[in-house]
Design a protein around this ligand. Structure first.
Ligand code: TNX
Length: 526
């Protein structure tokens, strides 16, 4: 009897149709494939509650692109999207997705989860276009490891227009990345319209002369459009307003912002100015307050990035106003003066309900424990900051700087060059959680972020005009997929060979979407 049962079940196993490999990126926490299939044909409609409506619109756009058909949205449907606040076990961004022969049900405690689940659902579709297709029955329960799954795009050193930023948001959304950190200000360009200070963009938004003149900026209407586009895709845009260094574009527009008052010209090559915002003059403070007033009204993000990196203090040392301020406050040195400035800005922003975030340099300047720290070049910073109670985003050069080369292979496109290549495997095989943190300190690690700087590679001769922006896709992909999985999937469930296997299908999806990417041949043969 026992033997026959065993035999029967063995037979059932072997006769079961092979389940197709799903190749989901980032890998969900729990996937159960069951028998059956859902046929997505012309009878399909999208049911949605009010909260999920923007996601339903995204879905109908994808269906149009894939099947060529309009799909009815609203009320009940064979695909149903539903926010259910009772699903608290899924956290603030989790979701559950059930595909069966009867229909597709996607529910989540919040809108964020609906968007995340929708991206997973999209990856179940076959690649290419088809009027109708079959989806494997599956049950997925999923939620991210980290709340901050970011990408930084440096639009200051090289201006990328609104259309490129929207395209970048699409790429991020497909990977469930949820924070776009926009590096809006640097020595080489001021990219956001501030109505009270029009020269910031008129002068600080452009560089070079005659035919070599280049640049641009986002109007406040552009920013609103970008923010709305991002919000529908569960992405928060965090603006970065660098201070006190990396601000030559502002100083060119309004020379009184710096200690020297000297009129500079906009830099046309990679350059870090030592003419900082003057910490001692009250005019600097009035300016910062005005800028943040306009900026905070544009960006709903809780965090505002205030830069803080690579300040050289020679001009502060020679400035009577800065020295007076330092003495008045009884500060030991210029680093402490930067710390004071950072705390002042934090106070100013706190009044508007905002929090600050800065590059890891601010940690050694004497910041409060409420300031967020973005760890980039100081390997110890993330752990130290988390132990001190500060929120932390890990964006280490060796893992997250996607302006570095992707390999040392001959023929590889150039990178920023000042640090080792960041291969796909480097970007994948690491745990952003610093060691030796207790459970409470671990909670201070908000997450992880990739950085696409544009000052040190986009001008190189190998990067052919007219479309440097397309090279940003190439430097981003596929490393953003590795980042997404580092940020989303539990550490214990991640293996590089399994990832590269699933990526094979992802490359076809990239091609379908028209995204430029690097095919990592050496990694595929690992
Ligand atoms: C370091 S990361 C910088 C940037 C450069 C980048 C180039 C950081 C806070 N500062 O200003 O663009 O290297 O890789």
């Amino acid at each position: 009897m026992l033997l026959t049962t065993l035999l029967a079940s063995a037979l059932a196993l072997t006769t079961q149709p092979l389940r197709p490999a799903l190749s989901l990126i980032p890998k969900p926490v729990s996937v159960t494939q069951v028998s059956g299939a859902f046929v997505l044909d012309e009878k399909v409609t999208i049911g949605t509650d009010v909260a999920s409506r923007p996601a339903a619109q995204l879905l109908s756009g994808w269906l149009k692109a894939t099947t060529g058909r309009e799909t009815k949205v609203g009320g009940r449907g064979s695909i149903s999207l539903k926010v259910n606040p009772a699903l608290t076990n899924l956290g603030s961004e989790g979701y559950q997705l059930e595909v069966s022969s009867k229909g597709v049900g996607l529910s989540a405690p919040k809108y964020a989860g609906i968007v995340n689940g929708l991206q997973t659902f999209r990856q179940l579709w076959p690649t290419g276009k088809a009027p109708q297709f079959t989806l494997p029955a599956v049950r997925i329960e999923d939620q991210p490891t980290f709340a901050w799954r970011g990408m930084m795009l440096d639009v200051s050193r090289y201006f990328m227009d609104k259309a490129y930023v929207l395209h970048f948001l699409d790429i991020m959304a497909a990977h469930k990345l949820n924070v776009l950190h926009l590096h809006l200000i640097d020595d080489a360009g001021w990219r956001v319209e501030i109505k009270k200070y029009p020269k910031l963009t008129q002068i600080g938004g452009f560089r070079g002369e005659g035919a070599a003149r280049e640049g641009g900026f986002y109007t406040q209407a552009d920013i609103k459009e970008m923010v709305a586009y991002a919000t529908a895709r569960n992405i928060t845009i965090v603006p970065e307003i660098e201070l006190p260094a990396h601000t030559l574009s502002a100083v060119c527009a309004y020379p009184w912002l710096a200690c020297t008052g000297k009129q500079h010209t906009m830099p046309t090559v990679h350059f870090i100015s030592d003419d900082l915002y003057c910490a001692g003059k009250s005019t600097t403070w009035a300016f910062l307050k005005d800028v943040f007033d306009e900026l905070c009204a544009l960006f709903p993000s809780q965090y505002i990035h205030i830069g803080g990196d690579e300040a050289q203090y020679s001009k502060w040392r020679a400035c009577p106003d800065c020295q007076k301020k330092k003495a008045e406050l009884g500060l030991a040195d210029e680093k402490a003066l930067q710390g004071w400035m950072t705390r002042e800005v934090e106070g100013m922003l706190a009044k508007k309900g905002k929090r600050i975030l800065g590059w890891n340099e601010i940690l050694r300047c004497g910041v409060s424990t409420t300031a967020g720290i973005m760890a980039w070049n100081d390997a110890k910073a993330a752990g130290d900051a988390a132990r001190g109670g500060n929120p932390v985003v890990v964006a280490l050069t060796t893992r997250c700087y996607f302006d570095m080369q992707q390999s040392k292979l001959r023929g590889e496109l150039p990178g920023a060059g000042w640090s080792n290549p960041v291969t796909l495997q480097n970007a994948y095989d690491w745990d952003p959680m610093p060691t030796n943190l207790d459970a409470a300190q671990q909670k201070n690690i908000l997450g992880v972020q990739g950085c696409l700087w544009t000052d040190m590679f986009l001008h190189k001769p190998e990067i052919k005009k007219p479309s440097p922006a397309a090279y940003c896709d190439y430097y981003l992909l596929p490393r953003a997929a590795a980042l997404a999985e580092v940020a989303w999937t539990p550490q214990a469930q991640r293996r590089f060979p399994d990832f590269t296997e699933r990526m094979k299908r992802q490359y076809v999806r990239y091609t379908d979407s028209g995204w430029n990417f690097r095919l990592p041949l050496p990694e595929l043969t690992h």
